[in-house]
Design a protein around this ligand. Structure first.
Ligand SMILES: Cc1ncc(COP(=O)(O)O)c(C=O)c1O
Length: 355
């Protein structure tokens, strides 16, 4: 956590490499990854693919690039992907699917981003002929970021897979935080992974690596994605230094995500007590907490500014909503500070200004 804040809950991308991770990076064997000759990258790709029950992997500089490579593998220009309206791929990747790949998108509305298989299945159009747009892909996000760290039910994923396969529609998983879903639900990573044609996972969020994501799928699909990665300018050279950080994170930082979940859950209970109705603490399952603070008279932005004045950084995610995210660098003590400051503000409401 930056020394500038008493508690920094802006995002789980803020983590800094630990001493152990830095040592692993310094010791990494490296080669030129564009030629496929970086042993640390090759080991990382194989390990992630194996954990997710897929044939091959591809290391990418970001989760956005891993997602966008996944999308373009399945959807031809002029075809469509469907996803929920809060999904990162349509909300926070700057229109990349349309801009780079000519992909058209349609969305369904999912409260908290929670998947109900009937929603995407009802949207899909296949064999559309010369008038409507053909659905080629459905994207699922697990856990769901803007939904509040929501874990997608494996039964709904399986139902969706069955219906999608019957319609010839492929599935991509935005698993930026699949590690959190796995730790919270106890569902094996490969049980999630095998329901999808491609999966992207991030190493640079709760796992604490400084950079990097991995896309997994069939060997053939990853060979094609490798070409597109280079075309997008994502071919990297002696990047084993970063892959080593990712491998260290996989070995040391997956199971500990349960600590982040417990801290988020503790804060959720405190906030629900300070402002009844601002959230349902039972729905805070992982490391992300989203709450509606309008009941106390706050806007999201005003509450975030007032918390910052007291050294606690949180994020306004809507007119009346804020988001807090736990990660490797938020301790029990920092959680106590955040609970104190934010609960106090929820109880007091915004300062009364003279008319
Ligand atoms: C669900 C989800 N997918 C993808 C990404 C993109 O990751 P990156 O910031 O590495 O491009 C993020 C980033 O926060 C995310 O939350």
């Amino acid at each position: 956590m930056s020394a500038a804040f008493r508690a920094d809950l802006l995002s789980d991308t803020l983590t800094r490499p630990t001493d152990g991770m830095r040592a692993a990076m310094a010791a990494a064997e490296v080669g030129d990854d564009v030629f496929g000759e970086d042993p640390s990258v090759n080991a990382l790709e194989a390990e992630v693919a194996d954990r997710l029950g897929h044939e091959a992997g591809l290391f990418t500089p970001s989760g956005s690039m891993a997602n966008q490579l996944g999308l373009r593998l399945h959807v031809a220009p002029g075809q469509e992907m469907v996803c929920d309206s809060l999904a990162h791929v349509v909300r926070a990747e700057l229109g990349a699917a349309a801009a780079f790949s000519g992909i058209s998108s349609r969305t369904w509305v999912a409260p908290r981003g929670l998947l109900s298989a009937g929603d995407p299945l009802a949207l899909m159009i296949t064999g559309a002929g010369v008038y409507q747009v053909n659905t080629a892909l459905v994207v699922v996000e697990n856990t769901h970021n803007f939904g509040g760290g929501t874990v997608q039910p494996i039964d709904e994923i399986r139902l969706l897979r069955k219906g999608a396969q019957e319609r010839g529609v492929h599935m991509h998983l935005d698993g930026a935080r699949l590690w959190n879903a796995h730790v919270a639900s106890g569902v094996a990573l490969a049980d999630y992974g095998r329901e999808f044609d491609t999966v992207s996972v991030c190493l640079s969020k709760g796992l604490g690596a400084p950079v990097g994501s991995v896309l997994v799928g069939s060997a053939e699909a990853m060979a094609e994605a490798r070409i597109w990665r280079k075309r997008y300018g994502g071919g990297m050279r002696q990047v084993g230094i970063l892959a080593a950080a990712g491998r260290y994170a996989l070995a040391h930082h997956v199971e500990r995500l349960a600590d982040d979940h417990a801290r988020a859950s503790r804060a959720a209970a405190a906030f629900a007590e300070a402002l009844p109705g601002c959230l349902d603490p039972d729905l805070v399952e992982t490391n992300i907490l989203v709450m509606d603070v309008s009941g106390a008279g706050w806007t999201g932005a005003a509450l975030a500014a007032a918390a910052l004045d007291q050294g606690v950084r949180i994020y306004a995610v809507g007119p009346g909503a804020v988001r807090l995210v736990w990660h490797l660098d938020v301790s029990d003590e920092a959680t106590d500070v955040a609970i104190d400051v934010v609960s106090g503000l929820l109880r007091s409401g915004p300062p009364v200004t003279a008319a």
